[in-house]
Design a protein around this ligand. Structure first.
Ligand SMILES: NC(=O)c1ccc[n+]([C@@H]2O[C@H](COP(=O)([O-])OP(=O)(O)OC[C@H]3O[C@@H](n4cnc5c(N)ncnc54)[C@H](OP(=O)(O)O)[C@@H]3O)[C@@H](O)[C@H]2O)c1
Length: 293
């Protein structure tokens, strides 16, 4: 059973309603997800337009910048409109701009780091409580139970409202849920990459929102005849079809496509209007998926 309803609203953790087409803010950072965006005015305009168009779920992370992305959201959108949910993440660090050869990432799920990260995000976002706080990556050196007990304490202290996970298996979700309620899971998943299909099914069955990241990274199927035909039949662009497929594939999905372009934002939001038939859904599923973790 899920908390989604007919209007495309999902109740995160059962009590925090958001429309299922949200926005991912990571693109609004400097090259390699490092530093401020090259065009801050444009970045602020994208965020403001998203909210103007009814987006009420924005995903960010302390590591985007680090700090710059959360501060940009604050500059552009605070005072926040009622009902706007900002989700952020902690537990991941970067030593410099990410490149394909060197993502430069390390994990830290210790109490000292997570506490400091939450304080940093509260300050940078300018909020008294974080609506949804996600563990960005499980720290291989810290048992997930230990990290989750820190999240539970922070929730009980009123610093975070709901707890989410990112890039986790069903087994890790269950280990985490034994310690604290898990409201969301954010894993890579799209038309071309399906290796977390079991996690999606598990989330849907347990009332957990599944937030597929990289919804538009569909390069390996982007040129396919099947996708081109369905896009023509649905009167949509291939990217809109990719987003509509994610929306229609489960009532538990919340989408966070990212862009630094107002025109692309408008195109992505319009994917909510795209209706795919059962046959389209079957054909898109049959496109298969390259495995990637
Ligand atoms: N949990 C995690 O570990 C994790 C990892 C990665 C991302 N994320 C989250 O997922 C969100 C989305 O990820 P993402 O932004 O990397 O990937 P994405 O949403 O799949 O794709 C973004 C890319 O697609 C382009 N794009 C967007 N809309 C387009 C359109 N209508 N037409 C043509 N190109 C378009 C963007 O370029 P333009 O700017 O030119 O539009 C950008 O290069 C992030 O913001 C972040 O919140 C989470």
């Amino acid at each position: 059973m899920t908390s989604a309803d007919q209007d495309g609203v999902f109740h995160i953790g059962g009590d925090l309603p958001v429309h299922r087409m949200g926005f991912g803010a990571m693109q609004l950072t400097g090259p390699g997800v490092w530093g401020p965006p090259l065009d801050p005015d444009n970045a602020r305009a994208v965020l403001r337009r998203a909210v103007e168009r009814g987006v009420d779920f924005i995903d960010t992370a302390d590591v985007y910048g680090p700090g710059d992305n959360e501060r940009l959201i604050r500059e552009a959108l605070s005072p926040y409109s009622p009902g706007l949910v900002i989700a952020t993440k902690g537990g991941l660090l970067r030593s410099g701009p990410a490149t394909r050869e060197n993502p430069g990432m390390s994990m830290n799920g210790t109490e000292a780091h997570i506490r400091a990260a939450v304080e940093g995000s509260l300050r940078d976002l300018g909020v008294e409580r974080i609506d949804l706080y996600q563990l960005h990556r499980v720290d291989p050196a810290t048992p997930i139970e230990e990290t989750m007990s820190v999240f539970r304490t922070l929730r009980d202290e009123g610093k975070i409202r709901h707890v989410g996970l990112s890039q986790v298996s069903v087994e890790e979700i269950e280990r985490a849920r034994a310690v604290v309620e898990i409201a969301t899971v954010q894993n890579i998943y799209n038309l071309a990459v399906r290796n977390y299909a079991d996690v999606l099914v598990h989330c849907e069955a347990n009332g957990i929102a599944f937030i597929p990241f990289w919804p538009l990274h569909i390069e390996s199927v982007a040129g396919s005849e099947v996708l081109a035909r369905i896009a023509r039949e649905a009167d949509a662009s291939p990217r809109q079809v990719a987003l509509a497929w994610l929306l229609q594939t489960s009532p538990a999905t919340i989408l966070i496509p990212g862009t630094a372009s107002v025109a692309h934002l408008e195109e992505n939001l319009a994917a909510c209007e795209v209706v795919l038939t059962d046959r389209h859904m079957r054909d898109l599923w049959a496109l298969g998926g390259r495995r990637e973790t």
